[in-house]
Design a protein around this ligand. Structure first.
Ligand SMILES: C[S@@+](CC[C@H](N)C(=O)[O-])C[C@H]1O[C@@H](n2cnc3c(N)ncnc32)[C@H](O)[C@@H]1O
Length: 224
């Protein structure tokens, strides 16, 4: 499908048309299977940092009763995109997903309510205040938060957050912090989550070594 949108997510539609974004379809599907291994059918879902909305629309497809997609940085802020892709897919699917242009730290349970499941995918390491962001995620969550993030310092046997000055991580100045898994686990429990489980697509936790440091991507399921 030809559009003027600069796509981040890829999509496949029932009519056979496709959108090819920066993120490959096969990887998105594998991530979705991991993220939604806890079923969202009948649940309310908040997607923080939804961008083109692949995971919001996927939650709807998997039977969520209500999905609220939010973003600001890439919808109308200083980020790399706009909301045009989200709106186009929303229309094409005849979706009922709600959307609000709101920055992460302007969310609150008073304004938006709490959600059974909160998706916080690919956002944590972009924020200057990761602990505060996880506290915010906890405050919005009734049952389960699902956090997908870059992780670093995986060989360090202590809970550490790695800081990336300038463009050190992936040449991207919006990448600030990555925890190791121990740190993410401890932060989530300190904040109040009772149980945390980690998983990764294709063993990507262990596959990646740069300058002697083991890093990768991880999905954390954290129960209130
Ligand atoms: C890597 S994309 C992830 C998009 C989607 N959640 C996913 O997992 O495919 C990062 C998202 O975080 C959002 N975001 C929110 N605050 C941000 C910030 N301060 N810097 C960079 N991205 C930010 C962006 O708008 C974008 O939608």
């Amino acid at each position: 499908m030809q559009t003027a949108v600069s796509w981040f997510h890829s999509f496949e539609f029932n009519d056979g048309t496709e959108i090819k974004g920066l993120r490959e379809m096969s990887r998105l599907k594998a991530e979705a299977d991991l993220i939604f291994r806890e079923p969202v059918s009948g649940k309310s879902v908040l997607d923080i940092g939804a961008w083109d909305g692949y995971f919001s629309f996927e939650a709807e497809k998997r039977g969520a009763a209500l999905v609220h997609a939010t973003d600001h940085f890439c919808w109308s802020g200083p980020g790399w995109g706009t909301k045009a892709g989200f709106d186009l897919v929303h229309g094409k699917l005849g979706s009922r997903v709600l959307s609000t242009d709101v920055d992460v730290f302007d969310l609150s349970p008073q304004k938006f309510g709490k959600f059974d499941a909160v998706l916080f995918l690919g956002v944590l390491y972009h924020l200057t205040n990761p602990y505060g962001a996880l506290e915010l995620v906890y405050s919005m969550t009734n049952q389960l938060a699902i956090i997908e993030t870059h992780v670093d310092a995986l060989d360090v046997p202590e809970p550490v957050l790695r800081f990336y000055p300038g463009k050190e991580l992936n040449n991207d100045p919006t990448n600030f912090w990555a925890p190791n898994i121990l740190c993410l686990d401890r932060m989530l429990k300190e904040i109040g989550f009772s149980r945390v489980e980690f998983s990764s697509v294709d063993g990507s936790i262990t596959n990646w070594t740069i300058a002697g440091r083991r890093m990768g991507r991880v999905v954390a399921h954290a129960w209130v």
